[in-house]
Write a protein that binds this ligand. Structure first.
Ligand SMILES: [Zn+2]
Length: 432
């Protein structure tokens, strides 16, 4: 079902007209109300009246997470605090969190956009939706929550954690839709099998997963283990939270809500647009945000745009699954390495579990990368010769994929830390 066909199936021409009007109004508002943007525009000699076409977007300055931190907590709000009805913040893994505010109007838009994403992933008012994202300052839980209520689904706001209780509720409340991070979905799936529960006795039909990058192989694994249709969705607190983009049931890229977000894909080094369809860093300009509009926000997420029409009928452009983050990218021996590349290889090799960790160390003057891979019990307790064969296979495949040699260590099932939120895949022990 398409939640708002009057927008989601607009022709390119109508959409671009709407985008331009909304861009002009956003640029005016930030110039009037956000000192940070007024200063930046003045420095670049930009008058809001200069924005006459969508092409003029590229004259505007970028916004980074650093800019937001420097204006902590409320410096980039475009409305007075009395207009703000909700405040969220990003996790702040590297120091100061970024704080985002919402007006009543923003919350209405947000729930509507999340409703679009949920509808695209198969959810209707007949569904029972278990939201196993964390509730709190993180936008995931509350973001999905209000969208699900907007659709009229029955919402179970269970939040993350306590996996066995999640499964008991899933059984008793006849949950049809699971929402969480993809890595947590796998933890839930494994626990269901450990508890000896027949997955076919559950009512699960759909899963909507987001908040971290995952591979196509991981989707297949989740679908098979949980017997669901799994779709990917994308959002980030600096821009809104979940609801920026989501996959339809064609499972072929995430439709971006382009009437609310104007996107570009740039080369993170040169800051110039990449060739159409090439991979680069996603940059987002909000078109309707009242409290916290952002101009050309550098997401650090790597993706590419898919402009071919989608069979579902939505006309919004799609982005491919996020392939990694520019700041997740490891540079090892001068080569760019993304955790997602390693994950994709591991999924193809029989006997390995989808849990892994990448450790980077500097030995003397050389970087060394070790991939810890969980293996099934049979293999872990198998004879040395067979273990060595598996190690060699993994090493060979990883070296071919990455272009550098890699150490591989097999570890027993459940050795690596399990996450109820975003999985920690990389441990970089190097000191720069
Ligand atoms: Zn589609």
């Amino acid at each position: 079902m398409i939640w708002e066909p009057e927008y989601e199936t607009l022709s390119r021409e109508e959409l671009e007209q709407l985008q331009l009007e909304r861009l002009q109004s956003t640029v005016n508002r930030v110039y009037m109300n956000v000192p940070f943007y007024r200063r930046k525009f003045d420095e670049l000699g930009i008058d809001p009246e200069d924005i006459k076409s969508l092409d003029d977007l590229k004259r505007l300055p970028f916004t980074t997470k650093e800019d937001m931190r420097e204006n902590y907590p409320y410096g980039m709000f475009a409305v007075p605090l009395r207009e703000i009805v909700r405040i969220h913040a990003s996790s702040g893994t590297t120091g100061m969190p970024t704080v985002v505010g919402y007006t009543k109007g923003d919350l209405k838009t947000w729930s509507n956009l999340v409703a679009r994403i949920l509808a695209a992933g198969g959810v209707t008012k007949d569904d029972v939706i278990q939201i196993s994202f964390g509730y709190g300052l993180f936008t995931g839980g509350f973001g999905i929550h209000y969208g699900a209520e907007r659709i009229g689904a029955s919402v179970i706001p269970i939040s993350s954690g306590n996996t066995r209780r999640q499964i008991k509720i899933m059984q008793d409340f006849r949950t049809t839709t699971l929402v969480c991070t993809p890595s947590y979905a796998l933890v839930i799936a494994d626990t269901i099998y450990e508890m000896g529960i027949n997955v076919n006795s559950l009512s699960l039909k759909y899963g909507l997963f987001g908040a971290e990058p995952w591979s196509e192989a991981m989707r297949q694994e989740i679908q098979e283990k949980l017997k669901i249709i799994a779709t990917d969705n994308y959002g980030l607190s600096e821009v809104m939270g979940p609801g920026v983009a989501g996959e339809c049931l064609k499972q072929n890229g995430l439709h971006i809500n382009e009437d609310h977000f104007l996107v570009e894909v740039i080369d993170p080094e040169t800051l110039e647009p990449v060739k159409p369809g090439d991979v680069g860093e996603l940059v987002i300009t909000t078109l309707t945000k009242e409290a916290f509009p952002v101009i050309r926000f550098r997401t650090r997420d790597l993706t590419r745009l898919i402009t071919e029409p989608c069979e579902c009928g939505r006309t919004f452009v799609r982005m491919s699954r996020v392939m990694g983050r520019t700041d997740d990218m490891l540079i090892v021996k001068g080569v760019n390495v993304f955790p997602s590349q390693i994950e994709a290889v591991l999924f193809e090799i029989e006997g390995t579990e989808p849990h892994y960790q990448i450790v980077v160390e500097r030995k003397g003057r050389l970087d060394e990368i070790t991939v810890l891979v969980e293996v099934s019990e049979e293999i872990f307790f198998d004879e040395m010769k067979k273990q060595q064969e598996l190690i060699d296979t993994i090493k060979k495949r990883l070296s071919a994929e990455l272009g550098i040699s890699v150490e591989v260590k097999l570890v027993e099932k459940k050795t690596l830390e399990r996450s109820e939120g975003k999985a920690k895949r990389v441990i970089d022990k190097r000191r720069f």
